[in-house]
Design a protein around this ligand. Structure first.
Ligand code: 15L
Length: 280
């Protein structure tokens, strides 16, 4: 795909599904990787990779792990909706540790943001990357916070960030929603490569979805700066998945799907979308 970066790359959340996939894919590109996670790395270590078990709450260890790195690919932290107290440590304080490390090392951050930072936008909308954050839970809120943290560090300290608002990155889409939101593993790996290897990026957002015909939700991001375009598509799964819907009106109404209906206690949903009528 491309040359390897001159300096090592720190990959957090390395033991998760996306971390394991990226560790393998980036190592195959000849990258020198420092892998970290709070749980042990379950696979054989790829060539030129090391692994250190660490908690994102532990700022001193994060600083040490980032020493000499040119980029931090940050997938670590809570990756699903959880109670606030569980999200707080890894996703809020932990993110501060990542950005402090990036500031000290003059490293770029590639942040695994999420569609759940904007999950309460309606599926009938087509939103640009600079849309309002409408998080659909504490997890989505932590991703919005992460993007704002990146902006703070860019404007105040010149730390570069690429925010990838990942849709649904799984080996295959598994329901009708993912016919829109799916991001294939190879498309994600190629995107991360471009996020690290592109010479100057500043601080930008890219929607993380494959070339899906149903992907009418997200537009106008900054992929052109990276020279990235998705190559895969969920379309061939449409026959088997188009009818795979939840029956839950909240889940099916909003982009964030099941994260929106989780712990939903509003009663009647607002009659109009937030973008059209903010006061509802
Ligand atoms: C995410 O951000 C989650 O990490 C993942 O578990 C999926 O639920 C995905 O979003 C999604 O929206 O499908």
């Amino acid at each position: 795909m491309s040359d390897a970066p001159a300096k090592p790359v720190l990959l957090t959340g390395a033991s998760g599904n996306l971390g394991r996939m990226l560790a393998k894919a980036l190592a195959a590109e000849g990258w020198t990787l420092r892998l970290t996670d709070i749980t042990p790395f379950p696979d054989p270590l790829p060539a030129d990779a090391s692994f250190v078990r660490a908690d994102l709450n532990d700022g001193v260890t994060i600083l040490r792990l980032a020493e000499g790195c040119g980029a931090i690919v940050h997938l670590g932290g809570v990756s699903v909706e959880r109670p606030f107290e569980e999200v707080l440590g890894p996703n809020i304080r932990g993110l501060y540790h990542i950005y402090e490390a990036a500031r000290r090392e003059h490293a770029r951050v590639v942040f695994a943001s999420s569609n759940h930072s904007v999950g309460f936008h309606e599926r009938t909308e087509t939103i640009p990357a600079d849309t309002q954050f409408l998080p659909d839970g504490f997890y989505g809120l932590s991703k919005a916070y992460g993007e704002l943290m990146g902006r703070l560090y860019w404007f105040k300290h010149g730390v570069e960030s690429m925010f990838i608002r990942i849709g649904s990155s799984l080996p295959e889409p598994v329901n009708a929603r993912m016919l829109a939101s799916w991001l294939s593993y190879p498309d994600l790996a190629r995107l991360v490569v471009r996020c690290v290897m592109t010479e100057k990026v500043g601080c930008r957002v890219v929607w993380g979805a494959s070339d899906n015909a149903r992907m009418t939700w997200w537009r106008d991001d900054e992929r052109d700066v990276l020279g990235w375009a998705p190559r895969d598509s969920a379309d061939s799964f449409a026959g088997q998945l188009a009818g795979k819907v939840s029956g839950d009106p909240i889940e099916e109404r909003y982009m964030g799907g099941g994260f929106c209906s989780l712990d939903y206690s509003r009663g009647e949903p607002p009659p109009e979308s937030f973008s059209r009528k903010a006061s509802d």
